[in-house]
Write a protein that binds this ligand. Structure first.
Ligand code: FES
Length: 417
């Protein structure tokens, strides 16, 4: 069995001093306690619905989900009271539409995805092409001057970055996807997302928690030594970094990124070590050398590194390591209900050993996520009591503070706009 190393290419094991007084780097974010109202208020949630989710680019999938003309998937979007069909057209272009018939408003596509030549409504049979145009109306002669050319599926703006499909409910958004992502994604340019996306696993659940409560749990490592004591804490903490302080961190206008510590002295269990021998997990080298990583992934080039996180406002995050990655999405339903989706991506397994390793990594991640999920629901249960009105945040929770500020910048609840 080979020695297990964190995602760095090996090293001395020494943990250099981390410059981790993050609030000193971003004094404009302040240090005061943060109000809890945005995490429980229905009024605040309605503002988020209108001012954020209807007005920004949202990631809904990857191009590998629709490789061929006619391939489609449906993405339910309860926060915007709609359902979205994403389809690859005959010419290869990706289209997105509201999943709503022009006749009497039925949902046109009822399954989660597949491949077809056209979309036919199951109520009265109106039929639409892959480009959304209305192609056929049964008993058309009985209608009153239908202008079929104006009755196609309602388009939604769609664009891609590095194979990630984003939509914007405004068909003519004020800024392009590239403009929206410009502050953060250059650091990911060159990451092998396509190769790493050959195999995808999904964990999906509805949790009884506000979407920001859920997302915030992944924006700090402070909880790791306590909440993940039994599962993964020893891989991300050590005597020299007992509270999982970040190695590096940047916050931008809307987005942010972090680099997390990896314990060079970590020793896995016997079965975990067997899985690592063949491939991957959250904490073990997967083959890309440090030199192969984009400059923005582990930008400090520290050896005691485990994983980076790129937070794409409002609800999407990408966790690149060194050859695989995972993503989180937190899709609001109400002020205290959220659909939580986690996808893990791996290169195509070359043999049974690599597949075993991927399966092990998937299950290890599930165990960690379940520890988080339980905490989130317990937290939401008592937030509404009003017993506490604010939360206390420290340096290592600055991403929670930044996320609060960006949301509030859009919502404008406290400045009365
Ligand atoms: Fe779709 Fe009637 S509602 S065909």
């Amino acid at each position: 069995m080979k020695d297990i190393q964190p995602n760095g290419t090996g090293g001395s094991g020494a943990t250099d001093q981390i410059d981790d007084r993050w609030n000193d780097k971003y004094p404009y974010l302040g240090t005061e306690p943060i109000p809890l109202e945005p995490y429980i208020s229905r009024e605040y949630f309605e503002l988020e619905r209108d001012r954020i989710f209807r007005n920004v680019w949202l990631n809904v999938g990857r191009i590998e989900q629709i490789p061929n003309p006619g391939d489609y998937f449906v993405h339910e979007l309860p926060v915007c009271h709609t359902s979205v069909v994403v389809v690859r057209g005959k010419e290869g272009k990706v289209h997105a539409f509201h999943n709503m018939c022009s006749h009497r408003g039925n949902k046109v596509v009822w399954d989660n995805g597949g491949s077809c030549q056209n979309f036919t409504c199951k109520f009265h049979g109106w039929s639409y092409g892959l480009d959304g145009t209305l192609k056929f109306v049964p008993d058309e002669e009985s209608f009153f001057g239908l202008q079929k050319e104006k009755l196609g599926l309602t388009p939604i703006a769609v664009d891609t970055w590095a194979g990630f499909i984003f939509i914007h409910l405004d068909p003519n958004p004020a800024e392009t996807l590239n403009e929206y992502l410009a502050e953060v994604v250059p650091g990911l340019e060159g990451y092998p997302f396509s190769e790493a996306s050959a195999t995808r696993f999904c964990w999906r659940t509805e949790i009884k928690a506000n979407w920001k409560v859920a997302q915030d749990a992944f924006q700090e490592g402070y909880h790791f030594p306590v909440r993940h004591k039994e599962s993964a804490a020893s891989a991300f903490t050590s005597e020299t970094n007992p509270y999982c302080h970040f190695l590096s961190l940047d916050v931008y206008k809307r987005h942010r990124r972090t680099s997390s510590y990896g314990n060079l002295g970590y020793r896995p269990t016997a079965v975990e070590g067997l899985a690592h021998e063949f491939g991957s997990s959250v904490v073990v080298d997967r083959g890309l050398s440090m030199e192969d990583l984009p400059a923005g992934v582990n930008p400090t080039r520290r050896q005691d590194w485990s994983i980076d996180v790129f937070w794409i406002f409002p609800n999407f995050s990408v966790f690149p390591t060194n050859g695989t990655y995972l993503t989180h999405h937190f899709w609001p339903i109400t002020e205290d209900r959220t659909i939580w989706e986690t996808h893990t991506y791996f290169p195509r397994a070359k043999d049974a050993g690599q597949r075993f390793s991927q399966e092990y990594s998937k299950v290890l991640l599930r165990d960690i996520l379940m520890e988080d999920g339980t905490t989130l629901e317990h937290m939401q249960e008592v937030l509404a009591s009003g017993a506490k009105t604010h939360m206390q945040l420290q340096h290592q929770e600055i991403c929670v503070r930044h996320a609060y500020k960006v949301v509030e910048d859009y919502v404008g609840h406290y400045d009365g706009s």
